[in-house]
Design a protein around this ligand. Structure first.
Ligand SMILES: *Cc1c(COP(=O)(O)O)cnc(C)c1O
Length: 405
């Protein structure tokens, strides 16, 4: 049966989706095991302050990524802030603009200037070529972001850092469970930071971790996480409160028990999306290197208006009207958000690829909440929209499409 544009339930939402489909809908492991653990911690009355579940979670993460030290933190933003401070970054730090704004905020929060660097057009990760041009006498470090779980050019960044006496921190919020040349993400640079926020594929409700092989750095980070307390009544350092709670760690341990299942579902979804988008003009789906470990937690499209006949934003409006809440990650780029757009009004001139990707990228729902039929329907909507783009543009222009989630 040939579909026509009138099959699109443009204004009332798609009947296939009585409930909206969201990007980053949480994966939840074995509920019974989680509730047992919560009962346990309540029985123990040990709710926070490095309890047994946090210890167990830290060991599990360290083992999983093959590092000596894992320090669990209340969220990845605080983890980045602590890592930045523990690494003694000051002055200027080079960081991509095409990332979640927390990467830049973790610097600016402590009055360190984020110097925005463009990303590589293909990999979407910080371009080492451009990093070198941005180094000044005030530069103290580089933060690379393994965007979408795809590794930065860690070898080149390492060389540059060594040549200029800089340290490298990785925001690995997307990259838990991923590898580079067979080596798990977590042991690159001086330290790496994971996020276990509810929207990430392994979650602790809110949470994060810093991993490193540097014992001295790890000790410093542990102190900083707990107000600088070395023991009772004995503060030897400036610190903050970055502790992870027991209930968060219990969720983390439970999530880890389902890790293989989460990855397998993400992988299946990814393959299914690839299949349904194959050969679709103007819709390019980002691919992962299947010879590496990968968590496949993001399904990322680049929409090329000249071929698709629709802009990314038009396609998003249409999808939202159909209750598919596709997202424009990381629009419009940190450099176009405050306070950075005021501080660096011309930053965009040096960020060609960032600006291009910010206009083109659209992420689609995946994870355990999304089934193969959902994917077929989503792809059907996009296919139909692209093949009747004139008609869709007219609809979007002449009638007000509700785009609220
Ligand atoms: C999610 C995310 C963060 C922040 O993580 P939280 O745990 O929510 O603080 C930082 N950087 C990137 C790239 C992220 O995706």
């Amino acid at each position: 049966m040939k579909q026509s544009p009138s099959d699109l339930a443009l204004f009332g939402g798609n009947p296939a989706f009585p409930e909206a489909l969201h990007v980053g809908r949480p994966n939840i492991g074995d509920r019974e095991r989680l509730l047992e653990r919560i009962n346990d911690l309540l029985d123990r009355r040990w709710l926070t302050n490095q309890g047994p579940y946090v210890e167990e979670f830290e060991q599990a993460i360290a083992r999983h990524v093959g590092v000596d030290h894992c320090i669990a933190i209340c969220n990845a933003t605080i983890a980045l802030e602590i890592a930045v401070r523990a690494l003694e970054f000051t002055g200027e730090v080079i960081v991509p603009s095409f990332t979640f704004v927390a990467t830049a905020h973790a610097l600016q929060w402590q009055e360190i200037t984020p110097v925005f660097c463009d990303v590589d057009r293909e990999t979407h990760t910080i371009d080492p070529e451009r990093v070198e041009e941005l180094i000044t006498p005030r530069t103290t470090g580089i933060i690379g972001v393994h965007l979408w779980g795809r590794t930065c050019d860690v070898e080149r960044l390492d060389d540059i850092a060594r040549a200029h006496g800089l340290r490298v921190l990785y925001d690995a919020s997307h990259a838990f469970g991923c590898s580079h040349r067979g080596r798990p993400i977590g042991s690159f640079g001086s330290a790496e930071v994971f996020s276990f926020h509810a929207t990430k594929f392994v979650n602790t409700f809110e949470g994060g971790a810093i991993v490193t092989n540097d014992g001295e750095l790890a000790d410093k980070i542990r102190l900083m996480r707990n107000f600088g307390f070395a023991d009772y009544d004995h503060v030897i350092y400036i610190g903050t409160n970055g502790k992870m709670s027991e209930v968060a760690a219990a969720m983390g341990i439970t999530s880890l028990e389902s890790l293989d299942e989460f990855v397998a579902i993400n992988h299946q979804n990814y393959l299914r999306y690839r299949e349904v988008f194959d050969g679709l003009q103007g819709v390019r789906m980002l691919s992962y290197d299947e010879t590496e470990s990968c968590n496949f937690q993001y399904v990322v499209l680049e929409i090329d208006e000249s071929e698709a006949g629709l802009t990314r934003d038009q396609l998003q409006a249409l999808l939202w009207a159909e209750r598919v809440m596709a997202r424009r990650y990381f629009y419009p780029g940190c450099h176009r958000m405050e306070p950075y757009r005021t501080y660096f009004p011309n930053a965009g001139l040096q960020l060609r690829n960032t600006e291009l990707l910010a206009e083109r990228v659209l992420t689609l729902p995946t994870g355990t909440a999304v089934g193969h039929d959902d994917i077929a329907t989503i792809a059907g909507i996009i296919r139909l929209a692209v093949s009747h783009s004139d008609h869709v543009r007219e609809l979007l222009e002449t009638r007000s499409v509700s785009t609220t989630p």
